[in-house]
Design a protein around this ligand. Structure first.
Ligand SMILES: *Cc1c(COP(=O)(O)O)cnc(C)c1O
Length: 388
């Protein structure tokens, strides 16, 4: 095989998908409780996205950002209306959205006369795999082998306000805070109550940018369009998005308040592919469908149901330490790293993921129905039975 070995892939290939279901090349059916890692929120091959892609593919694929792209402008309007932010930049992935955020933070610092601006990030964070974003990531395994890392990051324990206050008091070069409202790769860890609101207040006091990484939590996943919309007193200055935005086509976005967005003057940042007509048509269909079918509210309802049923079935289970999450982003923390759980799930026709060693992560499509939730819960329960 001529592929590089950077992925430890499971021995299965899918040939077709519909809603929450995937079909492998031998015709076996799988309940997809991962949705391509929080990407396929509307389910596989949603007809509105398919129609938008088909129509756009036969009209115009790519022109570059040397020219106006009306579909990109329309998508920016939609995202700004939904988020309350003022302007959008489009890229191709979550890491790129965070790279843009990091560049914006540095411009913000230099504008304030700070020669070596620093960004405050957190333990167990995940922000991507490019050099700057893997430096921001709080996981040694992701950084190992890639020294020298990028300077300009300071780290605090996630949720630890006392340390954050101390760092801000001691270090006037900190210009921004980059944080996930719920740490995804880090083990489905929601920020402690009040943590983000206090970060917002600290950013206001110190003139810092609050930069929320909603690459995983955004686009309806947690039961609102963006997770911060369920947290009182938390509106970011900068918001990074990707995963669910295109329902499977690669698109990322950085949204910002006007004062921050204006830092990106002509020539300050760019990408050849970002925000092209094809991906913007798909993302517009995603947002329109999410709004008209009230998918975030549906995710909130189904997420509550999923957590309730998991708790009912597993709360007393000796292997289960905690069940937590928000909307359809749910983690089941086990006491120990499970043996071959993902492989056994696959063999049983269920696609799940284990992150942070011992947290079963469930990120099903947001269109999952109650009977499908029941199948998912009974599947998990069977996997955790001692004999299996
Ligand atoms: C997945 C993820 C990223 C990286 O996105 P890519 O599209 O893989 O570059 C960044 N931040 C968070 C919170 C993510 O979950």
């Amino acid at each position: 095989m001529t592929l590089m070995h950077n992925y430890a892939r499971l021995p299965v290939a899918f040939s077709r998908g519909e809603g929450v279901w995937l079909y492998d090349t031998e015709g076996h059916r799988y309940l997809d409780a991962l949705a391509g890692i929080a990407v396929v929120g509307l389910g596989h091959c949603h007809p509105a996205v398919t129609a938008a892609l088909q129509s756009q593919a036969s009209t115009l694929l790519h022109t570059s950002n040397l020219y106006q792209i009306p579909l990109q402008e329309k998508l920016a309007d939609s995202l700004c209306r939904l988020s309350g932010l003022d302007a959008a930049f489009f890229c191709n992935s979550g890491a790129e959205a965070n790279e843009a955020a990091i560049k914006m933070a540095r411009l913000h610092g230099h504008q304030k006369g700070i020669a070596e601006p620093q960004i405050l990030v957190f333990t167990q964070a995940f922000h991507g795999r490019t050099l700057a974003t893997l430096t921001a990531t709080g996981n040694y395994r992701i950084q190992e082998g890639f020294a020298p890392l990028v300077p300009g990051f300071v780290r605090a324990p996630y949720g630890d306000l006392a340390t954050v206050r101390g760092l801000l008091a001691a270090n006037p070069s900190i210009v921004a805070i980059l944080v996930e409202p719920i740490q995804g790769e880090g083990g489905v860890r929601p920020a402690p109550q009040g943590f983000l609101a206090e970060l917002r207040a600290l950013c206001d006091t110190h003139g810092l940018l609050l930069m929320l990484d909603e690459v995983q939590t955004g686009i309806g996943r947690t039961g609102s369009f963006f997770a911060y919309q369920q947290l009182a007193g938390v509106v970011p200055d900068v918001l990074s998005l990707a995963k669910g935005l295109g329902n499977g086509v690669p698109i990322g976005a950085l949204l910002a308040r006007k004062s921050a967005a204006d830092l990106f003057g002509p020539g300050k940042h760019g990408t050849t592919f970002g925000g092209g007509p094809l991906v913007c048509a798909a993302a517009q269909a995603v947002l329109d469908t999410m709004e008209s079918a009230q998918i975030p509210a549906q995710a909130e309802k189904m997420g509550a149901l999923l957590q309730e049923k998991l708790r009912h079935a597993l709360e007393q289970h000796p292997d289960v330490q905690d069940i937590r999450g928000m909307g359809l982003m749910v983690g089941i923390e086990l006491h120990q790293k499970p043996e071959h759980l993902v492989e056994r799930a696959l063999a049983a026709g269920l696609l799940i993921n284990v992150t942070a060693d011992k947290v079963i992560r469930l990120l099903p499509p947001l269109i999952i129905s109650e009977p499908e939730i029941d199948l998912l819960v009974s599947g998990i329960v069977r996997l955790l039975e001692p004999s299996s």
